[in-house]
Design a protein around this ligand. Structure first.
Ligand code: WT7
Length: 639
């Protein structure tokens, strides 16, 4: 019997028995046992996990040391300090040589156009990464330097980031949808000397002249005396080395497999190949510099606490924050969350639709899956191009078993109707995931019922750029799901709910979501701005990491994220709220200018209030239409 959504939303959902049988964590009891050990004996728990990785030398000091309390001094977090390793070695060499996965496919690359695809195995990926690591070293990139990467979703993006990790350089990836201004700002803040980009790419039928935008950014940076000197450019749209071929031939690395040469030719003739601006003093083609580079490259051994990468989160005010993650902790945390949250098994085909320009793409398209020797789909295109069935057709094409996407994508596809989904089989699917914002029960139920046909548990993973990996999440066969709840904490994570005065609330409660102790994947600092790290996350409630999200805990101990705290409006009587905090005017609006992860852009709101249309860079706004609406409906009399 199909119950109406309202009743079903209150139901608790469980994984089917065949999934439970093969699960790493098959019951709630087992989850509780592992969880208790992870928080009571973090050293032993994470120490056992660390043993699965290669360490050049063991840690010298304590396994974990930290201070979360600003009143007691500097905030710091150190896991396994003194141990030496290389994350790229652990993702590639270890899987190729120790785990004998050299011939296993690391990525199925699926291009913007259906029929454009390539594959790359673990050993092929290792060779490419070594070659590019040699290129980086030839360009003078050293341990501790930073490199900006501004690329579409192509295999060279993964190669570039892992090559940085191999030589101990920090990658700073800037989402390819961002403007020259955003790119310039990030290049300046990260002090990088090298930029890696691509000629151009198509997003759906829209041409993005990436190199041209990158040049504009470099010009802006030059005016500000940036140390950036070089630019390496992948010929992606104008690829020549990718001979179009039928799917039967043995594929050399990165060979594009097309359904038929003819079909491809007609298709690409419709597309424009733009002229690429070039300055031979600055610009180098990727394929030229790779040509003579050796396929072997000794990894640079780094401390577990050395910096791995910078990733900018567009803060709600002013300058974006360069979130910094370090090597050892991030490696074991992304590997472990990937394994348990997606219940990974060697035969899985995993697909995360996020762009590598976001933390989801760093942790769950690159580091987590590769650390587990997984096979993933890397998709360049859009969910509704060339038609609204694209996602499901890719799932069928590669027999995807674990699928991870965002509530926005789910809601978008839901709008087009079930028939576009039902046209495809989707019978390979076993686990579905969501990330990025709270998922409304209606969308959850549609995902569960229509996409997963009631046999796939949904992991609603709550986390942040700052947390490095999942912090509140179901484990698919262990934790019964409630639609809209991120359920319970992952191993090593200790949440608490605080009231406005910083008191911890017990049992059923609603308030600020905070964490009481560090897990290995938590960020370590804001790039070259430690005070900003301390102020943003630790000052409001000393002794806690403050997420900035509100949450509810229900009678069964389930956590429900209610959204960013900045979204909330305090409603009270006049004695409690002083006159300066009372609004002069309340404007109704369909939405607010937000970043893609829902952070309100106060900078833009202030401009709207002042009726100042000089908004500056708005390429980080998720839905620019709301800005117009706000301008058009503002009340002139207030200011
Ligand atoms: C913010 C972090 C983590 C990768 C993508 C966004 C919101 C994220 C959930 C979820 C409710 C969620 C929070 C969080 N968020 N996942 N499952 N349920 N809210 O990364 O840009 O750092 O944004 O996204 O508000 O604080 P981000």
């Amino acid at each position: 019997m199909v119950l109406p959504d309202e009743e079903r939303a209150a139901e608790v959902f469980r994984a089917p028995p065949d999934l439970v049988r093969e699960a790493h964590v098959p019951s709630l009891e087992k989850y509780r046992e592992l969880y208790s050990r992870s928080v009571e004996e973090p050293q032993e728990f994470w120490g056992d996990i660390a043993k699965e990785f290669y360490w050049r030398s063991q840690h010298t000091g304590p396994f974990l040391q930290y201070n979360f309390d600003v009143t007691k001094g500097k905030i710091f977090i150190e896991w396994m300090k003194g141990a030496t390793t290389n994350i790229c070695y652990n993702l590639l060499d270890r899987n190729v040589y120790e785990n004998k996965l050299g011939d296993k496919i690391a990525f199925y690359w699926e291009g913007n156009e259906p029929g454009e695809s390539m594959t790359i195995t673990y050993s092929e990926l290792l060779s490419k990464v070594c070659q590019f690591a040699n290129v980086l070293q030839e360009q003078g990139v050293k341990k501790g330097d930073s490199v900006s990467i501004y690329m579409p979703m192509i295999i060279e993006l993964v190669v570039a980031m892992l090559a940085c990790a191999r030589v101990g350089a920090l990658h700073s990836i800037v989402f390819a949808g961002f403007s020259a201004e955003s790119l310039c700002e990030r290049i300046l803040d990260s002090h990088c000397s090298l930029l890696i980009t691509a000629d151009a790419f198509y997003r759906g039928d829209k041409l993005i002249n990436l190199k041209q935008i990158a040049d504009e950014a470099l010009q802006k940076c030059k005016d500000k005396d940036a140390p950036l000197r070089r630019c390496i450019v992948v010929k992606h749209l104008g690829r020549e080395e990718l001979v179009l071929d039928g799917p039967s031939s043995k594929s050399p690395p990165l060979k594009r497999l097309c359904q038929s040469v003819q079909e491809k030719k007609t298709e690409s003739s419709k597309k424009v190949h733009p002229k690429i601006p070039w300055d031979s003093e600055v610009d180098f083609w990727w394929h030229d510099v790779m040509k003579n580079a050796s396929k072997e490259c000794e990894p640079v051994w780094c401390d577990a606490e050395d910096e791995l990468f910078i990733l900018y989160t567009s803060g709600s005010t002013g300058k974006p924050k360069g979130v910094v993650h370090t090597i050892g902790g991030y490696m074991i945390f992304t590997a472990t969350t990937f394994k348990y949250v997606f219940d990974h098994h060697p035969e899985d085909i995993y697909w995360c639709t996020a762009d590598i320009g976001w933390i989801t793409g760093h942790s769950y398209l690159t580091y987590g899956p590769l650390a587990n020797g997984a096979t993933s789909v890397l998709f360049e295109g859009l969910p509704i191009y060339p038609d609204v069935g694209r996602m499901w057709s890719i799932i069928d094409k590669y027999k995807v078993t674990k699928f991870y996407t965002a509530p926005t994508a789910i809601r978008l596809l839901m709008k087009y109707g079930d028939e576009h989904v039902r046209k495809y089989s989707r019978k390979s699917l076993k686990v579905l995931g969501t990330v990025g914002e709270p998922i409304n029960p209606e969308a959850w139920l549609w995902y569960y019922r229509v996409v997963g046909e009631e046999r796939c548990p949904i992991v609603d993973t709550f986390w942040q750029t700052e947390t490095g990996g999942h912090v509140l999440t179901p484990l698919p066969s262990a934790i019964p799901m409630k639609p809209g709840s991120a359920t319970f904490p992952f191993f090593g994570v200790v949440p608490a709910v605080l009231d406005e005065s910083g008191e911890e609330l017990e049992g059923e409660a609603e308030g600020y979501l905070v964490f009481k102790q560090p897990w290995p994947g938590i960020m370590r600092t804001v790039y070259k701005n430690h005070p900003r790290f301390e102020t943003t996350y630790f000052k409001k409630f000393p002794g806690y990491y403050v997420t900035g999200d509100g949450c509810k805990r229900d009678k069964d101990g389930y956590y429900w994220i209610t959204g960013r705290i900045d979204d909330m409006l305090n409603v009270s009587v006049r004695e409690k709220i002083g006159p300066i905090a009372t609004p002069d005017y309340i404007q109704n609006a369909p939405g607010l200018p937000k970043t893609r992860s829902g952070k309100i852009m106060r900078r833009v709101l202030r401009k709207i209030a002042k009726n100042d249309r000089e908004l500056g860079d708005t390429s980080t706004v998720a839905d620019a239409a709301v800005i117009n609406h706000l301008f058009n409906n503002r009340c002139e009399t207030i200011l």
